[in-house]
Design a protein around this ligand. Structure first.
Ligand code: PAF
Length: 300
């Protein structure tokens, strides 16, 4: 059983698991009144070393580290993906305690949303950042992400919030959101953490069989290999090369691979722009994403 302690984190070192917004707000108020800083890591649980690297930085760089564990229903456009999303709060709590987290915020959906919010789409001006890649293939996904992250920022009031670069488009949108909403939080971009095989760490990897995991490791190998050709091929040629190469591998099917300007996320016209190649691949019914920067003129 989880040990749910509701004592003031300022007065002892035990980690708290908080379910209610009102309890979270009281704790945040106490922390702020004591003049302490908060580092925040929003997650959907099923934690892996990628998350723990974010938590480690949040612990090192702030007085208190708050981690939210909430599988946000409004960002799933596929109900079976939502159902199958791995959940194990007990295990997550053990990892977070060891990592030095002070507060886990793990609400139920009805604590975060009323019925209207659950049944309508959150409106936000993404300035076009949502029209490509993940946004194109998962319509409404980023509306749900901005909806939940803005709510969480409002409750947690973090000084610093930590996000992984694996979700490159999400990170761009979070930066845009903070500017648009004029929020007083520093967004800290953290590098992708990979398994030894090169596979980008993801909670979805838990759903891969051993064979699928081996197949999935080939994705990053192709991405890294593609860097060797960037100087000789145009962005379009390289896009086709990566797509064909991954599709030719066993058990993998590319949903998209796009090389885009890393600030605007619009398709890259020439290598004279800062660039990132973003990929989404089905490995069986598990959808994986990854990305790579090309070390040409603007990316060194
Ligand atoms: O990246 C994720 O895990 C989620 O999109 C986030 C930021 C926790 C919002 O639900």
């Amino acid at each position: 059983m989880l040990n749910e302690s509701f004592q003031n984190v300022l007065s002892n070192k035990t980690m708290e698991i908080i379910r209610l917004v009102s309890n979270l707000e009281s704790e945040i108020k106490r922390i702020k009144e004591a003049g302490k800083t908060i580092g925040f890591v929003p997650t959907m649980g099923a934690l892996h070393d990628g998350h723990l690297a974010l938590v480690k930085r949040a612990v090192e760089e702030n007085d208190f580290c708050v981690v939210s564990v909430f599988v946000n229903p409004t960002q799933f456009n596929n109900s079976s993906d939502l159902e199958k999303y791995p959940r194990n709060l007990e295990h997550d709590a053990e990892l977070l305690q060891k990592a030095g987290c002070s507060i886990i915020f793990a609400p139920e959906a009805d604590e975060m949303y009323n019925n209207d919010e659950l049944n309508s789409q959150f409106e936000f001006d993404f300035g076009g950042l949502d029209k490509v890649m993940e946004g194109k293939f998962r319509p409404g996904h980023f509306n749900g992400v901005v909806q939940i992250v803005s709510k969480l920022f409002n409750f947690v009031q973090p000084n610093n919030a930590y996000f992984g670069e694996k979700d490159f488009q999400q990170l761009s949108i979070i930066h845009h959101m903070v500017n648009e909403m004029n929020l007083k939080v520093n967004i800290i971009d953290c590098p992708i953490i990979r398994e030894e095989s090169g596979l980008a760490m993801s909670s979805r990897n838990e759903r891969l069989t051993d064979i699928q995991r081996k197949n999935a490791a080939e994705i990053s190998k192709v991405l890294f290999e593609s860097r060797n050709f960037a100087a000789q091929k145009s962005p379009n040629e390289l896009t086709k090369w990566v797509t064909d190469r991954v599709n030719a591998l066993k058990g993998l099917e590319v949903e998209y691979f796009e090389i885009v300007n890393s600030s605007t996320l619009q398709p890259l016209q020439s290598w004279n722009e800062p660039s990132v190649g973003c990929i989404a691949v089905f490995c069986g019914d598990v959808r994986l994403i990854d990305n790579i920067r090309y070390n040409l003129q603007f990316n060194v």
